[in-house]
Design a protein around this ligand. Structure first.
Ligand code: 5AD
Ligand code: SF4
Length: 399
């Protein structure tokens, strides 16, 4: 059985998916196996239509709202054999979040836990509200139960996941919000570090900042996508904050949370972005001094509001802007890493370093990657002194 879980955020991912499917066709002609495809791309009618027409050797298609149906679809395929048409089950949206789906975890000491699904923000470039449906939070007792089980299995670090974790709790019939959830998770015995993403700047309230600042177990790292530094573009993107709002939020976070790192997402080449708009993004980047960033070239997604906007930017200009942004990113990241030299940090050891058998590797609370000499085992929290810094990682030794 081959299961392909798809992403739809940028066109590149779509293209790779169809490339992979094309390769599987030849394999499937040689021997029989089951191909199931799922994830965000399947929530788009045009994709399902294309698979049915051109890739009908696929056995099963299911969507983002019914992953719990996968086993029954698989049973049906195994009992009845390959049908001429593809077995499809897609729901447009759902009010329920399926609980207790069995999970095979990749890591022993860290785990990702989904606390909510969907998104109601409708940023004009983004397909997620269409493929993931309306925002829904999981009941806090279910989340706590899952993390208690993880802690029982030896997990030390959890990352709470959602498109917009700051608005966690909306629509639930209980007295809870994200700040309270963070407290409850950090109280679970055995859990030593709590991470979370993603935060939308418009919903990052003072009570959340205060909990991060005051609670030792909560990682000092906030992923806070800004997308653009130009007020005109932010408005077109429907982000609901200005560059001034964002910069003062960053100043507040840095003044309240000692040693915090702030990372971001930036889109280059949004429709009608001018050189002046882009310079505003660079200027904001330098003012905020992000520890790191994910940078993307704008990708048109059919069905979104921005898909109707004229791009009107030369491809070469977009490439050039992207390059200039990366240069600033690397420069600031290197300078910030340099400041960490000679200091000591608590690191969760994840195991041997990928590039050097004799070194261990792990991350600090503020998410810096560090390779270090020492005797600790995977899953240990140890104190490490930084001896040397590079652009993307640090070197050090256990103290
Ligand atoms: N084009 C480029 N980047 C996008 N993102 C979301 N949609 C698009 C798009 N259409 C980026 C945003 C978001 C991250 C997960 O992906 O920066 O924060
Ligand atoms: Fe997409 Fe994030 Fe905006 Fe939601 S908040 S629409 S997921 S970019």
């Amino acid at each position: 059985i081959i299961v392909i879980n798809t992403c739809s955020v940028r066109e590149n991912a779509n293209n790779r998916f169809f490339g992979n499917l094309g390769n599987l066709k030849k394999e499937k002609e040689k021997r029989d196996f089951i191909i199931a495809v799922c994830g965000c791309m399947m929530q788009q009618e045009s994709v399902v239509k294309r698979i049915k027409e051109k890739y009908s050797f696929v056995d099963i298609i299911f969507g983002t709202h019914n992953i719990d149906s996968f086993s029954s679809l698989l049973d049906e395929r195994e009992i009845n054999g390959k049908r001429k048409d593809v077995l499809v089950e897609i729901l447009p949206d759902t009010d329920v979040i399926a609980e207790d789906i069995p999970i095979k975890r990749e890591h022993k000491y860290k785990a990702y836990v989904s606390i909510m699904k969907g998104c109601d923000n409708f940023c004009s470039y983004c397909i997620v509200p269409y493929t993931r449906g309306r925002e829904k939070s999981r009941g806090s007792d279910n989340i706590i139960k899952e993390i208690e089980m993880l802690a029982g299995d030896g997990v030390k670090e959890v990352t709470l996941l959602g498109q917009n974790v700051n608005s966690y709790g909306k629509g639930l019939d209980e007295n809870i919000n994200f700040a309270k959830l963070l407290e409850r998770v950090s109280d679970i015995s055995g859990i030593e570090r709590v991470r979370f993403m993603t935060s939308h700047p418009k919903d990052l309230t003072d009570d959340i900042i205060d909990v991060i600042s005051d609670n030792e177990k909560i990682a000092k790292h906030i992923h806070l996508p800004v997308q653009s530094g130009s007020n005109r573009i932010l408005k077109l993107m429907n982000r609901k904050y200005t560059r001034e709002d964002y910069i003062s939020l960053v100043e507040k976070i840095r003044s309240k949370i000692e040693g915090v790192s702030i990372t971001t997402d930036i889109i280059v080449g949004f429709p009608s972005e001018s050189e002046e708009d882009f310079l505003d993004t660079l200027d904001l980047y330098k003012k905020c001094r992000f520890e790191s960033a994910f940078t993307f070239v704008y990708s048109k997604r059919e069905g979104t509001k921005a898909a109707n906007m004229e791009i009107g930017i030369d491809k070469e200009d977009i490439k050039d802007r992207f390059k200039r942004l990366i240069e600033i990113h690397d420069k600031i990241m290197f300078e910030e890493n340099k400041k960490m030299e000679g200091r000591e940090y608590i690191v969760l050891t994840e195991g041997k370093s990928k590039n050097n058998e004799n070194m261990l590797s792990g991350r600090t609370s503020n998410f810096s990657l560090i390779n270090f000499k020492g005797k600790s085992k995977a899953g240990d929290m140890v104190k490490v002194r930084v001896n040397e810094s590079k652009t993307f990682h640090l070197y050090g030794e256990e103290v």
